[in-house]
Design a protein around this ligand. Structure first.
Ligand code: NAD
Length: 278
């Protein structure tokens, strides 16, 4: 049976460590504050924003919530972000995506100061990651590296295959694995022979956005499989991009959905907030 990589346990451990660090900083007179901006009231976004606020509260980070109406203009949002960039009492700025269609997301991301870009989406943060300089790293891929390390899964020298090349998961994931000295292949919707390439992987990271797409034919015997996907199946139960039942017997380790990668994203966001005052 494969080792279950428990993201819930690892994220709880990280949150405890961050709580301690935050308390120590408070003793030294350093407060940490995260501004969380939501435009409109998309129900999924409201759930994510609420979870982020709760995590802040648990760790001892102040969260400053901005709940803006759907009709907020791009200019109004830019003005708010610029004001928050200047405020000394705000360390991190998070704009919950997606934004309403009349607002250009790229423009908003570029407006956030890279010093406060706790989501790691600013082009300067991505560029820094690319050339190995310090900067904030996108939370989901950073969480996956942390999951691998804390489960003693070595990356150096391993064949790592990433399925997906999105800006928030696939691309930064590939760069992080490279930084850990993995031998990295990135696959995407135009890749030929996906099965063959995946079967080379010692570590297979699946961020394809298609429920239970990856079955046992994609997985080498003994591989480590990390499932980034989150979907609701026909019975309203959560499932991933990996067909867990068929893949699990062939892996040495695998993340479940839920309870695998998901909880790590918020833990790493909190980590970025704490690092924003270092
Ligand atoms: P996305 O839709 O932006 O990207 C999907 C990628 O998969 C694309 O790069 C595309 O080229 C590739 N792809 C699509 N079809 C393919 C095919 N047939 N063969 C090979 N590659 C193919 O998705 P994303 O934002 O990267 O998210 C991926 C999944 O992860 C989604 O299910 C999303 O809900 C989930 N997600 C989870 C978390 C978390 O915290 N756990 C965070 C972000 C995203």
């Amino acid at each position: 049976m494969a080792q279950l990589i428990d993201g819930k346990a690892v994220s709880a451990q990280i949150k405890e460590e961050l709580k301690e660090k935050t308390a120590k900083k408070k003793e030294q007179g350093v407060e940490i504050s995260l501004a969380v901006i939501q435009v409109g009231n998309d129900p999924a976004s409201s759930v994510y924003v609420n979870n982020k606020k709760k995590a802040c509260e648990y760790i001892g980070i102040n969260s400053i919530a901005y709940e803006l109406p759907e009709e907020t203009t791009e200019k109004e949002l830019i003005d708010l972000v610029e004001e928050l960039n200047e405020r000394k009492d705000v360390n991190g700025i998070l704009v919950q995506l997606p934004l309403p269609p009349h607002i250009d997301e790229d423009k908003i991301i570029k407006t956030i100061s890279p010093k406060k870009d706790v989501d790691g989406f600013h082009p300067q943060s991505v560029g820094a990651l690319c050339i190995g300089q310090p900067g904030f790293v996108s939370c989901t891929p950073a969480g996956i590296i942390e999951l691998l390390k804390r489960n003693h899964i070595e990356i150096e020298g391993k064949e790592c295959v990433v399925i997906g090349r999105s800006n928030i998961v696939g691309k930064p994931m590939a760069l992080l694995l490279l930084r850990e000295n993995g031998t990295v292949t990135v696959t995407h919707s135009k890749t030929k022979n996906l099965k063959e390439i995946c079967r080379r992987a010692d570590i297979l990271i699946v961020a394809i956005g298609k429920p239970r797409f990856i079955t046992e034919e994609y997985v080498k015997e003994g591989a480590v499989v990390i499932d980034v996907g989150i979907h609701r199946n026909e019975n309203n139960k959560l499932c991933g991009d990996v067909d867990f039942e068929s893949v699990e017997p062939h892996c040495s380790a695998i993340t479940p959905v839920p309870g695998g990668v998901g909880p790590m994203t918020i833990a790493m966001l909190m980590n970025n907030c704490v690092e924003s005052v270092d």
